[in-house]
Write a protein that binds this ligand. Structure first.
Ligand code: AMP
Length: 277
């Protein structure tokens, strides 16, 4: 496994990769969710590239960029046994050289949900992913369903900008009690960690209602809010039942839909979602 930092090193190393190249972009502090993406890539591609870059441009001024968890040595130890060919760990100066002024913006699908709560977030995400795609030139790129809107935005951007890359979205990996794995879970105290299962419980309750035949989107949102309201440590930011591709709020669930939510447990902001249909 090679670890490269600069664009020149990355380009040279890329030239020596054989066959189909799978790419897994991450911000590091890896957990089973990230490792599952790498395993999917390994199964489907001849070579696998992983990037680790905490992208400053997708964090808002009041977000946790400075204290976002980082441990490169541990990450490399976790990746090593998976048979990854190349790990790219660019610095901020490599990605955003002095005088930087070029941005990629996707429109409607970035507006609701995470986009509404985190202005500028997706502009940072699409810009960095486009730059990573241009540098790595993979055949397939792997993203987690955990960040459902991000996956929808990247799918849109890939189509719109004619990237010849297949976007593969892999299932959310969860702890035994249902909490979606996230690098941010390390911020939770033991008491908050218990409370954090409320996201999974509320999504499960709404899914059960859907499976019993309920198709009224407001009834599904109401059910999620009801379960969340019973957890005193949870502060709800949004609860949504939206179209899977456009993320527009639904009044009735007919095709594929996304139940999603953002909830503060203390100062830690958690997101989770289920796909319906
Ligand atoms: P991040 O390092 O948080 O930017 O995540 C890198 C990639 O891992 C993204 O495509 C995420 O959607 C994906 N990911 C994060 N958590 C999970 C999870 N629990 N299950 C599956 N994929 C995940």
């Amino acid at each position: 496994m090679r670890n490269v930092i600069t664009l020149e090193e990355l380009r040279t190393a890329r030239l020596s990769l054989d066959g189909t190249v799978g790419f897994v972009p991450t911000m590091g502090y890896l957990h089973e969710g990230h490792l599952s993406l790498i395993r999917h890539a390994k199964e489907e591609c001849d070579s696998v590239v992983v990037s680790i870059f905490v992208n400053p441009t997708q964090f808002g001024p009041n977000e946790d960029l400075a204290k976002y968890p980082r441990d490169l040595e541990r990450d490399l130890r976790l990746i090593e046994p998976l048979g990854v060919d190349l790990v790219w760990t660019p610095t901020a100066e490599v990605m955003y050289p002095p005088g930087y002024q070029t941005w990629v913006e996707v429109e409607a699908v970035t507006r609701p949900l995470e986009g509404a709560m985190r202005p500028g977030h997706f502009r940072g995400v699409t810009t960095v992913v486009a730059k990573l795609f241009n540098a790595v030139q993979p055949h397939k790129a792997y993203f987690g369903q955990k960040d459902a809107q991000q996956a929808a935005v990247i799918r849109r951007m890939t189509l719109d900008l004619n990237f010849p890359i297949e976007i593969v979205v892999c299932p959310t990996v969860r702890e035994a009690d249902g909490l979606a794995m996230s690098s941010r879970n390390v911020y939770l105290s033991p008491e908050q960690r218990k409370a954090a299962t409320v996201l999974f419980r509320s999504l499960s309750a709404a899914k059960e209602l859907y499976e019993s035949g309920e198709r009224n989107a407001e009834a599904l949102r109401r059910k999620m809010k009801e379960v969340l309201a019973a957890e005193p440590l949870a502060q709800v930011q949004y609860v949504s039942c939206a179209d899977y591709d456009t993320l527009e709020e639904l009044s009735e669930v007919r095709g594929k839909a996304l139940l999603s939510m953002a909830v503060f447990i203390g100062k830690t902001r958690l997101i989770d979602n289920f796909v319906l249909g």
